[in-house]
Design a binder for this molecule. Structure first.
Ligand code: PRX
Length: 657
């Protein structure tokens, strides 16, 4: 029994309620009564939230469900995400309030660069950038790609694109050329924004070189804008590449670009995420529903107030950064920290020093980060003052109770709400939290707690029956604002992946348990998707990267537990005939995959085998490999083609134990 499971049956009254916050807590039963009301009056509930945004034109229909599962929210309404995140604050008393406190990674006894941008600065930069994008002849609905490190230009370009009604697709700057090319090809992006390089652990990542390689595999991108960040020498292709600072010198300082009045259901962005098979899926998010969900969650889950300094430690290249670094906090007029580099560079207390120096009050981070800090030791925390922190949430993967307790004690001082928010790229924003509805429910380490107001969530078995206290599949039972519009270019896949397994409900792909108090415990992916350090990677993608290596004939990848990263990949490969298996080859394959996929692909090991367990129809039985790797029962293998393959995996595995 895992630690998480041993906590499962403790009743809620034995759970943790921080003394200092008693007044803001709510009994889960009372919350669930309120929650039921928001489900029974679902459209009225969402209308009341959406009304708090500023619309250029009010919507006529709250939800168009005439063509499920292609739901449309707030139909007839017009708005602009850049206007909401920037202009509204620029036109208010927040004009001179700091929006972004950006800290660069380079460090010489203190951070070498800290840049503060007020809402006025942001307004100017976003307008100038929109003006520049317009000069490329881009118009509403055109797609652009963004491949930038964590520098202020990243949110600025996203907001500028949104201002013009352009659909942007951000690619995480840790992805390789192939991954970038695949995404740009699929989106049909016309322009790409990148940087000469990015800082990571004191080293420069040569982003422009990666872009040059990617563009050899792409035809749609005609222009590249290069931000100068590291000052590295880069090759500039005439007629295609320009430096941002050269272009900006032509843009008037007081440039103003009228925000487009986009329709609520117009796409804001496409973000690629991994699935079970095939290429990554381009999740398309709308504008009106998405902004509505972010408004609700910033207010209620994060309890954001004007005096807060908010910090989300994610990278903008993932959905957490899109929603909770760029659009959510800025929509609410927050002051937020944006940090460029590794949380433990140059020393393990870099992140604590950021909290202390900027007096961060709300922290949004990940279990992997917390487990890394835990390994590095508490002395890195205790030498700083973290008393500014008043709320913590984590995201990305299940949090183990030990890590939760450790962080709650050291950073939460056993006083502050500390939740694990469940959601995913597809949901657009947080769905399940310990602070739903703006109140704290008692905390149970390792849980995700309760669905937000208006969000229907259940755990069902294979037949779709609701189950309490048993492991099943997590589904969302009602359409919600912020849900995907579709998978870009592949609506059939959208229906098939999410809406066919349990008709009428959205299948999240996670295993979960709902306990006697109605708390959700998300246990992990139920499909072939890995979460390596919280990053979502399909086993299929890693297998595709492996078989591109000239020595490899076939490959199977499974996830195995890892103390810090939560999970890492383990590969079983069949070499081409005549190739000698040895350690040198293993290292080379590791390097090859990192170069071809990106450094987030972490293999615990690569095993050489001569057979892989397959069904008679030739499908690799990853379930069998996983069972061997985790030393658990193999289960039914009647469909297995050749039982000797299992012994081989077993032997390969033993060799490295
Ligand atoms: O397995 C769940 C896990 O992350 C998956 C979604 O990954 P992604 O689209 O990359 O988005 C991550 C950030 C929103 C989910 O299917 N997951 C996310 N948050 C949690 C979680 N698992 C357990 N607890 C969480 N708090």
């Amino acid at each position: 029994m895992s630690n998480q499971e041993s906590e499962l049956n403790l009743p809620v009254k034995e759970k943790i309620v921080p003394e200092s916050l008693k007044t803001k807590t709510i009994d889960p039963k009372d919350y669930l009564t309120f929650h039921k009301l928001t489900l029974d009056n679902n459209l009225e509930f969402w209308e009341s939230i959406a009304k708090e945004l500023e619309w250029f034109k009010p919507w006529e229909r709250t939800l168009d469900s005439s063509n499920p599962p292609f739901y449309k929210w707030f139909v007839g309404g017009e708005l602009n995400a850049s206007y909401l995140a920037v202009d509204r604050h620029f036109r208010s008393w927040r004009r001179n309030k700091v929006a972004l406190i950006w800290e660069g990674e380079p460090w010489d006894s203190s951070p070498r660069e800290v840049r503060k941008l007020t809402y006025l600065d942001l307004f100017r930069e976003v307008n100038k950038t929109a003006y520049l994008l317009k000069s490329y002849g881009l118009k509403r609905g055109d797609k652009i790609g963004i491949y930038l490190p964590m520098i202020p230009e990243l949110p600025i370009f996203m907001l500028a694109a949104a201002r013009l009604g352009l659909i942007f697709s951000v690619v995480f700057s840790g992805f390789s050329a192939q991954a970038l090319a695949d995404r740009m090809n699929d989106a049909g992006a016309k322009l790409l924004i990148t940087a000469d390089g990015g800082w990571r652990r004191g080293k420069v990542v040569q982003l422009k070189e990666i872009v040059d390689k990617a563009l050899e595999m792409n035809k749609s991108i005609k222009d590249v804008i290069v931000v100068r960040r590291t000052g590295s020498e880069v090759r500039m292709e005439k007629g295609r590449d320009s430096f941002l600072h050269d272009l900006m010198s032509q843009v008037p300082n007081n440039a103003y670009v009228e925000p487009e009045r986009v329709k609520s259901e117009d796409p804001l962005y496409i973000l690629y995420t991994s699935g079970t098979t095939g290429k990554p899926k381009g999740i398309v998010h709308d504008t009106g529903g998405y902004m509505t969900l972010l408004h609700l969650t910033m207010r209620q889950v994060f309890d954001l107030r004007d005096e807060d300094v908010y910090w989300c430690t994610a990278d903008v290249g993932w959905v957490t950064g899109h929603s909770y670094i760029v659009f959510g906090p800025l929509l609410e007029g927050a002051t937020e920290v944006m940090y460029e580099g590794a949380l433990d560079y140059p020393e393990p207390d870099r992140w604590v020093s950021i909290i202390e120096r900027h007096q961060v009050s709300i922290l949004y981070t990940s279990p992997t980060a917390i487990r890394t800090f835990m390994r590095q030791g508490e002395r890195w925390i205790t030498k700083h003052d973290v008393s500014s922190i008043r709320l913590i949430h984590s995201v990305g993967e299940p949090i183990n109770p030990e890590a939760w307790r450790w962080f709650f004690k050291l950073v939460g001082r056993e006083q502050v709400p500390f939740g694990s928010t469940w959601w995913m790229t597809e949901t657009g924003g947080i769905m399940i939290s310990h602070t739903p509805g703006g109140y704290l429910v008692p905390m149970k380490p390792g849980t995700n707690a309760l669905p937000l107001p208006g969000i229907g969530a259940e755990v069902v078995n294979e037949e779709g029956k609701v189950k309490s206290g048993e492991k099943g599949y997590l589904v969302l039972t009602k359409p919600w604002p912020g849900m995907p519009l579709t998978i870009y270019g592949d609506p059939d896949r959208y229906v098939k992946v999410y809406w066919e397994k349990f008709p009428g409900a959205f299948y999240a792909g996670d295993y979960a348990i709902k306990d006697q108090d109605g708390y959700f415990w998300i246990l992990g992916r139920a499909d072939e998707v890995l979460k390596i350090a919280g990053h979502r990677i399909g086993t299929y993608e890693l297998e595709s990267a492996l078989i591109q290596h000239p020595s490899i004939a076939e490959a199977a990848v499974v996830g195995v537990p890892d103390q810090v990263r939560g999970e890492v990949a383990e590969a079983f490969v069949i070499l081409r005939s005549g190739v000698e298996p040895n350690q040198g080859l293993k290292d080379e394959i590791n390097r090859f995959v990192r170069d071809n996929f990106g450094p987030i692909a972490v293999f615990k090991d690569i095993h050489f085998v001569s057979k892989l367990p397959k069904t008679r129809s030739g499908k690799i039985m990853r379930r069998v490999i996983r069972a061997v790797a985790s030393n658990s029962p193999i289960g039914d293998v009647t469909t297995l083609e050749d039982e000797a393959s299992v012994d081989e995996i077993r032997n390969a595995y033993k060799e490295f134990m």
